[in-house]
Design a protein around this ligand. Sequence first.
Ligand code: TEU
Length: 568
Amino acid sequence: PTGDQWWRSAVVYQVYPRSFADATGDGIGDLQGVIQHLDHLEALGVDVIWLSPIYASPHDDNGYDISDYRAIDPLFGTFDDFDELLADLHRRGMKLVMDLVVNHTSDEHPWFVESASGPDSPKRDWYWWRPPRPGMVGGLPGAEPNNWGSFFSGSAWQFDQRSGEYYLHLFSRKQPDLNWENPAVRGAVYDMMNWWLDRGVDGFRMDVINLISKHPDLPDGVVPPGALYGDGYPFYGQGPRIHEFLHEMNERVFVGRTGQYLTVGEMPGVTVADAQLFTDPARAEVDMVFQFEHVGLDYGPGGKWDPREASVLDLKRSFARWQEGLARSGWNSLYWDNHDQPRVVSRFGDDGTFWRESATALATVLHLQRGTPYIYQGEELGMTNVPFEGIQDFRDIESLNHYAEAVGVKGERADVVLAALRRTSRDNARTPVQWSDAPHAGFTTGSPWIAVNPNSTRINAAAQRGDPNSVFAYYRGLIALRHSDRVVSHGTFELVLSEHPTVFAFSRTLGDRQLLVLANLSSSAAEYDVAAVPGWEGAEPVLGNLPDAAPAVDGRLAPWQAQVFARA
Ligand code: TEU
């Protein structure tokens, strides 16, 4: 929310503190662990750190269930640690963006505890309480106020014996949804945001912020084929007052401040048309959004637990539509990975033979688009998905609940469900950062809360930091290019070779300067029509991911080869 849009040339790095680095030896990452590895982030060259939640929490959903927005969870450290981290980052010229989780709180937050104390509680209306369906006995199946399912399996309603009413939770039953219709709720959130900004933080990543405005009637949703519950998304995704709320938040929190801030709304299910509204600077809502279209392309008709292959054509077309849609106003955020997604090199790349090549090719096509790139911890090392052996290896509530419901309630085959979990589970992203080939990858001296990926002996930061041909070095080069070349940060985007089945190619243009990005996103050599990229024959090579290749626009690309050329 600043006029100069400084974040156009910035790169953001996400730290998921639980899995980043453990300084205390309790097996869980912490703030001192982050502080100890700031040299790594500075060497990479990133501008902003987005810190996943560190607030007091019962950790039902690893901190996305907050019981005190103004306290640091002792698992992660103290306010002294926090202030030290913030000061150290600022000294190094980096900014800190906090996670803002205000669609819901923990059920252990004092607001909810008070709300649950009875129908006459002054905070009753801070959450969504509803009586059982007329004529039904509360607590029995089918008596829920509507048929919505939770994102974490089961009904979105939890029965409260004491009052005989239900409360709404789109995520776990320990994450009751706040009622944003109530102005006191909104005021309390804005106060809290101002409190953190006054402490010196540089912005917010807003968790599922496009779900905060619910249609107050809470109507039943359509039950998709094979599903147990109705889909409530049409009644809370981009709900009736969402734009009003985000504009109000901007007014009440950012207007009048003079610092350089960044706001990014996490928005599952958001369309290009929605994003044009959310990110239009004239509307003063958020700077950019996380959209989910490209990370849904490998979902089958049954959703995320019904995986299929995404084609390069699908990926290209999706990215190009977003580039086009936000070309004139608004702004894209660009990401492959975060703490909710499997690892990109395993998902859209080849984590075997072409591990290094595919990790760097995928990085190239993302980082050189128009938008602000986000790197998730370990992505800069080419960290891969995890060979989880059985359900006992998983920790994530979404994965565990899904397994219990699919196998236990729907009677699906355990091996089939496990295969989908191995591919799609969020835990793929949540194993410890691989710092070295030491035991537990140098993450902890204790026993890690989730097992380290066995490939840490081969894939780790220590092995890559001094190696000019490493995935790490390549990411550093991409970040440096965004900083040094305004065509990367400010240029327009145009897809080229748009019908090619495996080559993702585009140009970027700013005044007379142009870049051509060519990447073969497949494990076979690719040929393309040189005539379709006229005038690039003698262009200057800027970057390439195959150290031994002689870069040329000559109609051929080796498996996973990526090359960037410049002219004028
Ligand atoms: O995620 C919201 C979200 O829509 C999904 O990515 C979610 O992780 C799930 O996979 C849906 O099937 C955000 C956070 O990033 C996530 O970690 C939290 O669990 C969730 O909100 C609730 O706070």
